[in-house]
Write a protein that binds this ligand. Structure first.
Ligand code: DGJ
Length: 731
């Protein structure tokens, strides 16, 4: 058993392979947080705060339990905890002083599935603790859930609120994860960026007071990712303490870290308060999103590998082991100027040179000749595709390829039939003109009529089309967030209800098109979050396919997310004397994730196409290793004249083969140097008793040689990269 309740000291002990999480029932009513971290030999007594004047305490407990200073398992708003709190509910009396008392618990195998939001699924040793609490003032029941994934050292937390009263209540703040940690001697790692520059890694020391990363965009966004870590001051890629957190949600979020003046740290992860409100009707149940936490004492690399393992097993669709498509996408070659004859020529070439899926990107529907018209009108553009979609799909498939297409269902252009007919179907607030972004408006997904319209249009346009792949895009964030469908009292709930509408559409799509491979996109990686990873098969990482930039974007992405979700395309290499080098360099970068292409294969030189065939053949040999193997960042990229970025995959428990059978090592330079450099690349993740062949050069190396370092000559050229694919020789 990983979850134990000790009756004597009323302590819940949650154990994963290497970690321990403890909290206890105090004075039969409160939940006192005790500990989260490395497994201990003996349960240590709970944290006893030094209580100061002006602290609040409860009669009966005195300062032994003070909401102001004690470590709390779920801190409520308004009852004397002045730190950031986890739950705020306004009842029928009008105040939002929130308090739930402990009632009972239940432990069960596996976990519950959320109905309204994407969530993790259990795998073989998953176990859940359910704690029930009750508030007699609002007559609401709060259920806290802790689900353990022991072999990845992951615990996820969420809660539900059930309104048993006759009146509605207003939920104003929801933070499913709230964790008190003793001390504050940590750095905070977060991932920030922008469109085409996603997921830069920032590491900064904690300061007294509150620091947060947040999205107020109605999407997780390019700018701040919901992933957050606290690491020890001396933590490195290989060593040291790491607490990592994430949220399985795609809308606005808040990750807050507050260091109180006593020097202790509270981390909270959830929906926040600013862009969230929810009226819970009588007898309705509200589900919070699930928040993820992980602790490691073995550095950032170990944390990433465990997080990757968790995501592979509990988040992404179970079809992960199927071969991923090698896509050739039309976007970068033709933008909106896509036509039937081009698609067919593209398909003929793609089929000869190793792609297995042709994707028609934007521009195929409505009056979509640029980004100012057509969104919302999901009928094929007959000027571009005179024989219809079914015919073009069948002809693409007759080449042996699979057929894919682009959609952006949550959006509308004001220059569209849909908008002309239903101007009230986009997000808007009374008296204000809705702002456009990329010339488009956001559809009101709170409105079931809107969702039904989208469903019908997609069913209609794809009827009879042998569809294998869909790229679902989302090219702006929300503004003027109001809904003509909701009444005035619920306008501020539009943010959250809109997100629930989006999820309902995604759930429908996956059920209706169960065999379609779904690639998520938001102007690149603008919804690169765990909820979208649960809903789609992979995510377009970034619109930036420049090898140097992309190396850094993929490095940042790999901190929190596995290669199996990271869609990586090799783009146009140019056609000068360096084109082969550039093409291979882009391929080496793309090999960090799931391979695809986006260049004009019709106009490409023969040598580029021949190279593509070789690349795709190699990719198929290593795909499983990249997708399901363990990632070791041997040298993390540094922002200098020379950046070195190395990946090494080793066999993991997910795979049937023994450890260290095959090792893929990628050496990537993000910038050129003034001179060639010589150095020794150590590959510690190998079996020192084995002999390996690098299948790409046929050179033999002993495991000892790999560990002590192989000699590399890096040329000054910035598009320089190397790959090694070591295989253990038969004994
Ligand atoms: C943004 C995406 O990131 C691109 O790949 C492409 O699909 C365009 N949208 C199409 O409008």
């Amino acid at each position: 058993m990983s979850i134990i309740f000790n009756q004597e000291d009323k302590r819940f002990l949650l154990e994963t392979q290497n970690t321990e999480y403890a909290f206890s029932i105090a004075y039969d009513r409160f939940l006192r947080h005790e500990y989260y971290g490395k497994k201990r030999d003996n349960a240590i007594n709970y944290f006893k705060p030094i209580v100061k004047p002006f602290s609040v305490y409860n009669e009966g407990s005195g300062y032994d339990y003070s909401p102001t200073d004690s470590f709390l398992e779920i801190p409520f708003f308004g009852c004397g905890d002045y730190r950031c709190t986890a739950l705020r509910i306004q009842g029928k009396n009008g105040d939002s002083c929130t308090f739930f008392e402990y009632k009972n618990y239940r432990i069960f195998k596996g976990k519950n599935k959320l109905k309204t939001i994407p969530c993790a699924r259990s795998f073989y040793d998953t176990e859940t603790l359910e704690i029930t609490m009750y508030d007699k003032v609002t007559d609401c029941i709060l259920k806290l859930y802790y689900t353990l994934f022991p072999d990845c050292d992951v615990i996820i937390r969420s809660f539900t609120v059930e309104n048993k009263s006759d009146a509605s209540v207003l939920i104003k703040k929801v933070m499913p994860l709230c964790l008190d940690i003793e001390g504050h001697n940590f750095d905070m790692i977060s991932l920030y960026g922008a469109q085409a520059n996603e997921r830069n890694v920032q590491r900064s020391p904690l300061s007294i007071g509150s620091q947060s990363i947040t999205s107020r965009r109605g999407a997780s966004g390019h700018n701040f990712n919901p992933f957050l870590a606290l690491v020890g001051k001396d933590t490195t890629e290989q060593n040291g303490e790491v607490y990592a957190f994430n949220l399985i949600y795609s809308g606005s979020f808040l990750d807050e870290v507050e260091v109180d003046t006593a020097g202790n740290t509270r981390v909270s992860v959830g929906l926040g308060e600013e862009n969230f409100k929810y009226t819970l009707e009588s007898n309705e149940i509200f589900e919070s999103p699930e928040a993820v936490m992980l602790h490691s004492t073995e550095g950032i690399g170990d944390m990433s590998r465990k997080m990757h393992r968790f995501i592979r097993n509990a988040i992404v669709p179970e079809t992960i082991n199927d071969k991923k498509p090698i896509v050739l996408n039309t976007w970068e070659s033709f933008l909106f100027d896509i036509k039937e004859d081009i698609v067919l020529k593209f398909a003929d070439e793609a089929a000869k040179y190793g792609a297995d899926t042709l994707v028609i990107d934007d521009g195929w529907f409505g009056k979509r000749n640029n980004d100012s018209a057509g969104l919302g009108d999901w009928y094929v553009n007959k000027e571009k595709f005179p024989n219809g979609l079914k015919s073009v799909a069948e002809r693409v498939k007759s080449t042996g390829l699979k057929f894919g297409i682009w959609i952006e269902p949550e959006m509308v252009n004001s220059d569209s039939d849909l908008y002309r007919e239903h101007p009230d179907w986009c997000l808007r607030v009374h008296g204000r003109i809705p702002s456009t972004s990329r010339n488009q408006l956001v559809l009101d997904m709170c409105n079931p009529e809107v969702r039904n319209y989208i469903k019908k249009s997609l069913l209609n346009v794809f009827e009879g089309v042998p569809l294998d792949y869909v790229k679902w895009d989302f090219n702006r964030n929300l503004s003027e967030v109001g809904s003509y469908y909701l009444d005035a009292t619920k306008q501020e709930e539009t943010w959250y209800r809109w997100q629930l509408g989006v999820y309902e559409l995604y759930f429908w799509f996956r059920e209706t098109f169960p065999n379609v491979f779904l690639e998520n996109c938001s102007g690149g990686g603008g919804r690169y979050d765990l909820a979208m990873m649960a809903l789609s098969d992979q995510i377009w990482t970034s619109d930036n396919t420049n090898a140097g930039d992309r190396t850094l974007i993929q490095y940042g992405s790999s901190i929190a997310y596995p290669a199996c979700v990271m869609s990586c395309h090799v783009s146009n290499p140019g056609n000068d004397e360096n084109s082969i080098k550039v093409f291979n360099n882009k391929f080496h970068v793309a090999l960090g994730g799931m391979l695809g292409y986006e260049y004009n294969i019709i106009e490409a030189e023969q040598r580029i196409k021949d190279e593509m065939l070789k690349q795709t053949e190699l990719y198929r040999k290593v795909e499983d290793l990249v997708k399901c193997g363990d990632l070791y960042r041997l040298i993390v990229p540094i922002e200098n004249d020379l950046g070195v970025y190395s990946y090494c995959y080793t066999a993991s428990e997910d795979m049937t083969e023994k450890a260290w059978e095959r090792i893929l090592v990628t050496y990537l330079q993000t910038f050129g140097t003034d001179n060639d450099i010589y150095f020794s690349l150590k590959i510690p993740v190998s079996d020192e008793n084995a002999v390996y062949t690098d299948v790409l050069s046929n050179e033999k190396y002993t495991g000892k040689e790999l560990k002590s370092g192989i000699n590399i000559k890096a040329t000054a050229y910035d598009a320089f990269s190397l790959i090694y694919y070591f295989k253990r020789c038969e004994e």
